[in-house]
Design a protein around this ligand. Sequence first.
Ligand SMILES: Cc1cc2nc3c(=O)[nH]c(=O)nc-3n(C[C@H](O)[C@H](O)[C@H](O)COP(=O)(O)OP(=O)(O)OC[C@H]3O[C@@H](n4cnc5c(N)ncnc54)[C@H](O)[C@@H]3O)c2cc1C
Length: 405
Amino acid sequence: MYKEYDVLIIGGGPAGLAAGLYASRSKLKTAIIEERRKPGGQAATTMEMENYPGYPEATGPELMRIFAGHAEKFGCEFIKGAVKEMDLQNSPKIVKTKDGEYRAKAIILATGAEPRTLGLKGEGQFRGRGVSYCATCDADFYTDLDVIVLGNGDAAVEEAIYLTKFVNKVTIVVIHDEGKMDAAKVIQERAYANPKINFIWNSVIEEIQGDELVTGVIVKNIKTGEMTEVSADGVFIFVGTVPRSELVRDLVETTDRGYIKVDKTMETSLPGIFAAGDVTDKYLRQVVTACADGAIAATAAEKYIEEEEGFHRDVVESSMEKPVVVTFWSPAVEESMQIISLLEKYHADKDLKLVSIDVYKNYRISSRHAIKEIPTVTVFIRGEVTQRIDQPGEVEIKDLFSKNN
Ligand SMILES: Cc1cc2nc3c(=O)[nH]c(=O)nc-3n(C[C@H](O)[C@H](O)[C@H](O)COP(=O)(O)OP(=O)(O)OC[C@H]3O[C@@H](n4cnc5c(N)ncnc54)[C@H](O)[C@@H]3O)c2cc1C
């Protein structure tokens, strides 16, 4: 058994939640499949969320709770489970989790990203036993203890500041020269002013040490090569993220680093498969841009469904009973409107169906039929194009009716 939807969204982070809100508000039967216990994605793992417009004081988990409630209000369903398998080439698209199979007319991939791991000596061994990638999740385990933060971008420095609410001391290991970090200036200034934060400059972590739990790190100065042991109870690593595109790497076009390539409607290289948020190839990976992507993807998915269903119903299915004469037209091309009038004039006593397709509103159907000239008139019989006339005149239209009488 399977459940059917109009739109299925894989991933319940900000991109997926915004897509869920837009799709369900458009009256599409929509569900979000999320593998974690609660939706919210990476945004739900940070308490420092100062830049989502309209919510200057929000924490990540709180904002994500509001997002999820908003999508739910319009009827979006939530399915708990990790998507393991998909068949996206055919219609309907099929998505499988351990517990069930789901089918949909369009799919939005909003699987986001996960923390980059570095493969440092001890990193894997002590993951969850002193090595962490999420301050919100783990900060209180380190109350009054000393921790190291590796990384110097916005997320690293903001999370270091957040950790000072719990810990005794935070040491940020920075690869750059003294006073130089990748984080925004405003965030850097807050870190410099925080008495619980110290810095080790020009350095990387060579090894994470411990017995049962982390006891410290070996820091290497990249300028001098000097190794120093620094004792610590925890190591928080924030050195960027990697896209979670593993499910579709062989199915859709991605960059060398695995980010999914999309067009301006957030559609991937596979028709009807859209992607949104951090998993896509984009300039800025933030909550606000993830939301925008989700909104665009859902709107484009709606248009995709409308266009495909309309063409199937009005042209493919109808042509099983009688020939369908399709005019690819545009309100901007005067001649195309004249051709529609001519077709109506000569059609009166014929057992044919006339359909007009606006090439701009139906760009995918038009490009699939390689429409270059407007108007172009095609005849469909039993789902197949049997005749095509680019830019016909009155003579060709009369001739077309005599052939398909
Ligand atoms: C520590 C930290 C601090 C940050 N601070 C800020 C900030 O202050 N402001 C800001 O704007 N942005 C911030 N960001 C970035 C922001 O969180 C992301 O840009 C945003 O969450 C991306 O949203 P997304 O929906 O694309 O992906 P994600 O948030 O990554 O969500 C993807 C979801 O998909 C789910 N998923 C993945 N694969 C599957 C599968 N196969 N089956 C089912 N579910 C799946 C995941 O479990 C996850 O919930 C921060 C990020 C981090 C890590």
